[in-house]
Design a protein around this ligand. Structure first.
Ligand code: GLN
Length: 493
């Protein structure tokens, strides 16, 4: 670990512009950190050669005065984004051997901005999970796990599904990483690993070239160590894409300019329904602390109601599996990755899908197929769609009384690998605070706000109006300054 690994993106850009160091030097420091961090199992594919080529090209662009928004900054890519000529697995055996002949729009945007690819990072299989324990390539270890590699008394989960992304950024292997969030997969791991992550408004970032989980919910976003870096990376990722019919044709504002620190007069909604049963006292305290910080900065806390919150998880766990069961029908042993032969076509399908999908993915396909089946469609899927509309209406009403909503990100700090694994419902409860905004398509951001009694990071979540990422970033900047966390994860301390 060198001083270069401790820089934020913003600081690294200043150093590059001042010629304090080159993109090649910055990249080498991160390639070395990726190798040192192998015990975390964050990277599925390391691409050091490609990183070096990209860094050399970046230095040349800077010398010509043509540096882009993120020129020379080494980042990690969640292995759910298709990367041309680089294996893409979605952490599933069924995509073994799949090398995409195309690049996702979001990653193409990042390379266009000059970012450098360090490799592809681990995730829950097809992004289904909250702890990165469903990956076919093994769990990721949270760099906040106490002790040292090899002598970890408890290996903690990094959260999920973007667990590799969060661990790589927290462990200073990458200045930032892409994540995807269907029901919390950027925000919850950002919370568990003490970093910042934003799920933008549905439609803000293109989904083209991202392996689909639940198409009406999936959204890409950045994960970084500071709010300013999240603003910068979102700037590079966002934008209209004619190749994604749900991408929204609306200009991308200057997110970096949003970080004014001025939140005077802003109304911050506090939804009583998020005080769920059994929420640890320290999370309530953190939430109250967040309210106090914002009030001190001139914002006005207001109570808001989100009455259908209690139905959000059940609704999500109908809608998301329904869409997943349909999206995952394409893995048939013919078109992508794994094929396990059989005596007939049907048997080949069965053998391939039986061998290729892990237990959680199979569970989702079963639930999804069930709720979409004749006779159950109205009772489950249609009902869930109606409740989803109600949840969106709750938010619309709340946003007449407030400008942004503040809640905790997750109901606990990171737990140990192996815990909550035999009871899927326990695992699903992790998403209780993140899922409602996903169902409503709204932007949500998690910012580190404190440490729990166990010394582990806790995040606060901000939820905003559609396409109002700027307010989330501005308020998050205020929380970040007030919290002023300087503790490093034990892995890099
Ligand atoms: N944990 C949630 C799930 O398993 C959300 C995952 C995600 O956002 N990709 O569905």
């Amino acid at each position: 670990m060198t001083a270069l690994n401790r820089l934020t993106m913003t600081e690294a850009l200043t150093g590059l512009d001042r010629r304090d160091f080159t993109a090649v030097e910055l990249t080498e420091a991160h390639i070395a950190a990726v190798a040192t961090a192998r015990p975390l199992n964050a990277f599925l594919v390391e691409t050091p050669e490609r990183a070096r080529e990209m860094a050399i090209a970046s230095d040349a662009r800077r010398a010509r005065g043509e540096a882009g928004l993120m020129d020379g900054l080494p980042i990690a890519i969640k292995d759910l984004f298709c990367t041309k000529d680089v294996a893409t697995t979605a952490a599933s055996k069924i995509l073994q051997g799949f090398v995409p002949p195309y690049e996702s729009t979001v990653t193409a945007n990042l390379w266009q901005a000059g970012a450098v690819m360090l490799g592809k990072v681990n995730l829950d299989e097809f992004a289904m999970g909250s702890a990165n324990v469903t990956s076919a390539y093994g769990p990721v270890v949270n760099p906040w796990s106490p002790g040292a590699p090899g002598a970890w008394p408890r290996r903690l989960v990094p959260g999920g599904s973007s667990g590799g992304s969060a661990a790589a950024v927290a462990a200073r292997c990458a200045l930032g990483a892409t994540g995807t969030d269907t029901g919390g997969s950027i925000r919850q791991p950002a919370g568990f690993c003490g970093i910042v992550g934003i799920k933008p408004t549905y439609g803000r970032c293109s989904r083209w070239g991202i392996v689909a989980f639940a198409s009406s919910l999936d959204q890409a976003g950045p994960m970084t160590r500071t709010v300013a870096d999240t603003a910068l990376m979102l700037q590079a990722m966002a934008g209209y894409d004619p190749k994604d019919s749900t991408s929204v044709n609306r200009s991308v504002p200057d997110y970096r300019a949003a970080l004014t620190g001025d939140i005077r007069g802003l109304r911050v909604g506090i939804p009583a329904e998020y005080r769920v049963d059994g929420m640890p006292a320290e999370i309530e305290r953190l939430w109250d602390q967040g309210v106090a910080w914002l009030r001190d900065a001139g914002a006005e806390p207001v109570a808001v109601r989100l009455p259908h919150t209690q139905y959000a998880l059940a609704t999500y766990y109908i809608v998301a599996p329904a869409e997943a069961s349909s999206n995952l029908a394409r893995y048939d042993g013919v078109r992508f990755g794994l094929r396990v032969d059989g005596d007939s076509l049907i048997e080949m399908y069965e053998n391939t899908r039986g061998a290729g999908f892990g237990a959680e993915v199979r569970r989702r396909i079963l639930i999804g197929t069930y709720v979409l089946s004749h006779g159950y469609y109205d009772a489950y899927y249609l009902k869930a769609q109606k409740v989803r509309t109600r949840i969106a209406e709750d938010f619309r009403a709340a946003f007449t009384a407030c400008d942004v909503i503040l809640t905790p990100t997750a109901p606990s700090t990171a737990f140990a690998i192996g815990e909550r694994m035999d009871d899927p419902i326990q695992m699903y409860l992790n998403d209780v605070f993140t899922v409602p905004a996903s169902l409503a398509g709204l932007p949500g951001l998690s910012v580190p706000a404190g440490l729990g009694a166990d010394g582990l990071p806790l995040g606060l979540q901000l939820i905003g109006r559609p396409f109002d990422e700027e307010t989330l970033l501005r308020v998050a900047g205020v929380i970040e300054s007030a919290a002023a966390i300087t503790t490093l994860p034990p892995f890099v301390a």
